[in-house]
Write a protein that binds this ligand. Sequence first.
Ligand SMILES: *Cc1c(COP(=O)(O)O)cnc(C)c1O
Length: 379
Amino acid sequence: MKLEKIWLSSPHMGGNEHYFVNEAFATNWIAPLGPHVDGFEHDLENYLGQEKHIAALSSGTAALHLGLLLLGVSKDDEVICQSMTFSASANPILYLGATPIFVDSEQETWTICPTALEEAIIDRIKLGKKPKAIIAVHLYGMPYQVDRLQSISEKYSIPILEDSAEALGSSYKGQKCGTFGSLSVLSFNGNKIITTSGGGALVANSRETKEKAVFLATQARNNTPHYEHSEIGYNYRLSNVCAGIGRGQMEVLDAHITLRRNMHAFYVHFFESFDFVTVLSEPTEDYFSNHWLTAISINETLSQGKNREGLRLALEVAGIESRPLWKPMHLQPVFAKYPYYGTTVCEDLFANGLCLPSGSNLTDNCRTRISAALNNYFN
Ligand SMILES: *Cc1c(COP(=O)(O)O)cnc(C)c1O
């Protein structure tokens, strides 16, 4: 019998998603607007707290694009971006004809290094251009150093576009991720902590900003009986059918975070006696990660020949998916020509790091198979 594949992070329905989707069909709200879109936005606003105003969109990437537009980024501006992230964090900078400036990670959280960030800002100003925005990413659910980033943002008056695509349900000092930026971004792609099959959201501080985002996301139609346009618009709104899935997912979000955190605890326990393996974990009690993905780093000088690629291949043979950490953007062929500030922290993490199966739908049987495969490789 062929073993069922164990995935890194697969969709996990709670049960009521069907009910909401059926309701969309029953009421013929099969459109990129409707009661589920409003309801889902409301559910998210309640969940995040902090009196935010949320626009549900077709993807996290769309939210990043509109976020940069709303922060006033345009052609030839410079935008700072964490180098270790998914390409979707950086691509929208190029959509706008702006220039990405990449910054290294730090050891504690693997997210943007505050020291390298400040160095980058000072140098860009010295070279004649103050960066227009900072894209900071809570990586694999781990919050970035919120206090230090906030103070750098204030010191230089540069807004933060908070990429919280991987961190719905994470928090820093008790406040939810997705509420720290001048604007913040969520994603509901199929592999994220909750999914609408595809979708995203922009989190704004005011109703006016949200309305401006919705205006841009619905082809920038002026308020006239005919279609009148005085700005370039986009087709970025979330479908009411997809929003129905999201409403069902919101009912199980916290339960699924607990299950993801249990997967993290399982790996921490497994690797306790391995001095050459680091499991990305909260550095202090200020941090609470949803542990969207559990990620490890293998110290090759201590591991006697064991390494990330060896482990990845051993897991693959056992029908278990794993993936190297995000390859830093400044190492990507498409971004190689842009400036980079920092040392080799994110490059080393990429060379030695692996994401392990972390889904909230993994069973005891899956964990037994994962333990066996890990034991088999390491012993
Ligand atoms: C998934 C992801 C995005 C993009 O979200 P989509 O909804 O897939 O467009 C952006 N940034 C990060 C860090 C992500 O992981």
